[in-house]
Ligand binder design. Structure first.
Ligand code: HEC
Ligand code: HEC
Ligand code: HEC
Ligand code: HEC
Length: 500
């Protein structure tokens, strides 16, 4: 008996079939609608449909559910864009500003210092720089990898910082990514780095109460800020407190705790190194005053087939002014770009003047020591050198300073020049009393010549790096791939493709 015969014989069966079919169609419809709704919810609000593990470091795994954000994130691999002073293309900063070799004599930065590029390269560049020939603390990984929150959970925050980067090297592999800025459950913006939370508390503020617009900058402030490593445990600290976070406040903080990054090998000044205070300087610029956030320019919205999403290709916004700037500004792109370049040209000119004076100052101080100057007479001069170079570096190390806060950048460089000038005239008196020939002979202002002048054996440095990249790093990758089982199991995204 087929269905038609059964329905003809037993009318209740026809009714059953009818109602069953209606229910089935309705059910399938509901199911489909809920999927579509959840999908568009996932796109609109960014809530994952499939739960992500608490410490998933792999960007590609997050990317399965958020393909647009992931694809644009992957574009941070593109190193083709170059603007007049920025962009992702390789620039050897020491070759362009050779005086910096002397400014950092006795410190790792004199070996190697390049213009930054996209987030995807963070681990590769950390491994590749000659600065990591010195044994660095694990703290260095803090702003480089999505593996950091997981390791802090495992070892405790102090336990993480205390280790050397060689100890943890085999466990840190994935470059900056989703896990650094997003809560895996809700995809809301979140702060994963304790140093920022602690610094916020010292300023008497509660980061939990930050507004949504503030969060669109604070996620960047986890890394794009000035910091130092406190004590033997190399605890990561941002030098901010109730006095604030500007150049003077941060300097006062570091003076109070008696911090010195290194003693200059020529002038013997107790030096500080500034690390990219991008967030701090941005706060005193025009755009911050207008309530604009980092993400507004560096992660603008994009529309694609009716879907609006955040462009995760974080780069120089001059590469994409239509989306980054022209949503607020009228006029032509070319005119606006020229305004930025005009600010940058002026700041670069001042910066170079400060570099020239500071480099000569270190060498003249060295000549004074050689001629028998006393600690007592040199001390005030060395203090001035420390303060002047701090102000110069606050601008030089902040990648976007001239674009973000041109007036403040100019003020700091002006102060640096003034302090350096004062130190130089005090020093001139000492030099003439000691009968030192004037002017003090200067080296050739060229990168390699200066590296030799400050006593660096670059040949040996490069050989040491080569050995690390050939022997140690492949073993780290291998270990990283097999480091973990279970929910935090991961495969590192290595090797990073070669530069285009
Ligand atoms: C440096 C911080 C940062 C990183 C890294 C990052 N995001 Fe975002 N993401 C943001 C910001 C800022 C927004 C805008 C959020 C807002 O305004 O609510 C955003 C928004 C989103 C949204 C919400 C929808 C949208 O497009 O606005 C999703 C989904 C998302 N990101 C996924 C990802 C994925 C996947 C990754 C890794 C491939 C990632 N994000 C890496 C900062 C980041
Ligand atoms: C976990 C740390 C971390 C976070 C969070 C972070 N950055 Fe970065 N950022 C870095 C590092 C490190 C580099 C340098 C990478 C390199 O050169 O290898 C970098 C590079 C950059 C660059 C240079 C890219 C280029 O193409 O020249 C820009 C622009 C940038 N970041 C902006 C941002 C913005 C805006 C945010 C917040 C939305 C942010 N970053 C969040 C660590 C971070
Ligand atoms: C009003 C738009 C705007 C905002 C908001 C903004 N920036 Fe920028 N940023 C720029 C411009 C313009 C440059 C210069 C790019 C160049 O020279 O190619 C720049 C440069 C940078 C660079 C160096 C990139 C490079 O390629 O050299 C970094 C890093 C950076 N900004 C981080 C940040 C951070 C962090 C914030 C928030 C605290 C922020 N920016 C807010 C416009 C902005
Ligand atoms: C969210 C809105 C917004 C975005 C996005 C934005 N700006 Fe602005 N910008 C402003 C406001 C508001 C001012 C202050 C009023 C003015 O001078 O027009 C300003 C001022 C400026 C100034 C003059 C002040 C100074 O610092 O020299 C320049 C130059 C500038 N913007 C360039 C840019 C560039 C380049 C971009 C893209 C990378 C950009 N802006 C993106 C809103 C924005």
């Amino acid at each position: 008996m087929n269905i038609a015969e059964l329905a003809a014989k037993k009318p209740w069966f026809a009714w059953f079939l009818f109602i069953f079919t209606v229910a089935l169609v309705f059910g399938v419809g509901l199911f489909a609608a809920s999927i579509i709704e959840r999908r568009s919810e996932a796109v609109a609000t960014g809530v994952p449909i499939r739960p992500l593990p608490e410490f998933e470091p792999r960007n590609a795994v997050w990317g399965e559910q958020f393909p647009r954000q992931f694809e644009t994130y992957l574009q941070t691999l593109d190193t083709t864009f170059v603007s007049r002073w920025g962009g992702a293309r390789h620039r050897d900063m020491l070759a362009q500003h050779p005086e910096m070799v002397v400014l950092w004599a006795g410190y790792a930065f004199a070996r190697d210092y390049d213009q930054i590029r996209g987030h995807y390269y963070a681990m590769k560049d950390l491994h590749g720089t000659l600065r990591t020939n010195l044994d660095q603390p694990a703290t260095c990984f803090s702003c480089k990898s999505t593996d950091v929150p997981r390791l802090m959970d495992e070892y405790g925050v102090e336990g993480f910082y205390e280790q050397s980067w060689r100890d943890l090297g085999p466990e840190v592999a994935n470059p900056i990514g989703c896990q650094d800025c997003h809560d895996p459950e809700t995809m809301r913006l979140t702060i994963t780095r304790p140093a920022l939370i602690e610094a916020w508390e010292r300023m008497g503020r509660d980061i939990e109460r930050a507004t949504h617009q503030e969060m669109r900058s604070l996620v960047c402030a986890q890394c794009h800020v000035e910091y130092y490593f406190r004590g033997d445990g190399n605890y990561l600290v941002f030098p901010w407190d109730e006095r604030g976070f500007g150049a003077e406040a941060a300097e006062a903080f570091l003076d109070d705790v008696g911090h010195t990054d290194w003693v200059h090998s020529i002038s013997r000044a107790p030096m500080l190194k500034v690390q990219h205070p991008d967030w701090e300087l941005f706060q005193v610029g025009t755009h911050a005053a207008a309530g604009v956030a980092c993400a507004d320019c560096h992660m603008p919205f994009r529309r694609e087939g009716g879907v609006k999403f955040t462009n995760h290709h974080i780069q120089s916004p001059l590469a994409n002014m239509a989306e980054s700037c022209m949503v607020c500004h009228g006029g032509s792109e070319a005119d606006l770009r020229e305004r930025v370049y005009g600010n940058q040209d002026r700041i670069v000119e001042l910066r170079r003047r400060a570099e020239r004076v500071l480099a000569r100052l270190h060498i003249e101080a060295g000549a004074a020591w050689d001629a028998g100057a006393t600690e007592e007479e040199m001390e005030p001069i060395l203090e001035l050198i420390r303060s002047a170079q701090w102000r110069w570096d606050f601008v030089a190390a902040s990648h976007g300073a001239a674009a973000h806060a041109p007036v403040e950048s100019g003020r700091l460089l002006g102060a640096a020049l003034d302090m350096a000038g004062e130190a130089r005239s005090d020093l001139a008196r000492i030099l003439s009393r000691l009968g030192v020939e004037h002017p003090v002979p200067m080296p050739e202002w060229e990168k390699e010549a200066l590296q030799a002048y400050i006593g660096l054996d670059m040949e040996a440095q490069r050989a040491q790096k080569e050995a690390f990249l050939q022997d140690t790093l492949p073993r780290w990758y291998e270990a990283a791939a097999h480091a973990r089982e279970g929910p935090t199991d991961y495969i590192p995204q290595f090797p990073v493709p070669e530069d285009p």
